[in-house]
Design a protein around this ligand. Structure first.
Ligand code: DQA
Length: 139
């Protein structure tokens, strides 16, 4: 099985970005753990700070893979274009947020992506990615 793990803006700074909110582990370090947890799964990891690049990746892999795990960062709250891309492709998606966005500023409470996803994992830290992969593999 093939899963795309897609991280949006500022998530390249995990580990040093507001560690009291997002933790002190880098995503590259966590990715190794994730790959070990799912040895039979091909995990394609892509991070970009650019909205269009995230959309291009959804187009590129979204018709052939088994699922998309997406943390679009702040684009979650702004991007109709990423929502449309998720609608356009055939792969099911799960939205992940490391922090509990509902316990934070009001502008983080709305997501344009949630309605296009099978489900949403919020506030479980990096473990949310593992939960999302596990769910997508169960489909
Ligand atoms: C985030 C939450 C977003 O509101 C924020 O803009 C991020 C990270 C999270 O994983 O908790 O960049 O998606």
């Amino acid at each position: 099985k093939k899963i795309l793990v897609l991280n949006g803006p500022n998530l390249n700074l995990l580990g040093k970005r507001e560690p009291h909110i997002y933790g002190s582990r880098t995503f590259i370090d966590y990715l190794e753990t994730l790959e070990q947890q799912f040895p039979d799964v091909q995990i394609h990891y892509f991070q970009s700070n650019h909205e269009g690049e995230l959309i291009d990746k959804i187009h590129e892999l979204g018709f052939t893979i088994d699922g998309i795990v997406i943390n679009a960062g702040a684009y979650t709250h702004t991007s109709i274009a990423i929502a449309d891309a998720l609608s356009a492709v055939t792969a099911p998606a799960v939205e992940v947020h490391i922090s509990n966005v509902h316990a934070r500023e009001a502008f983080r409470h709305h997501s344009y992506l949630s309605a296009k996803c099978k489900g949403v994992v919020v506030g479980l830290g990096l473990m949310g990615y593992e939960m999302a992969v596990r769910y997508l593999l169960s489909l």
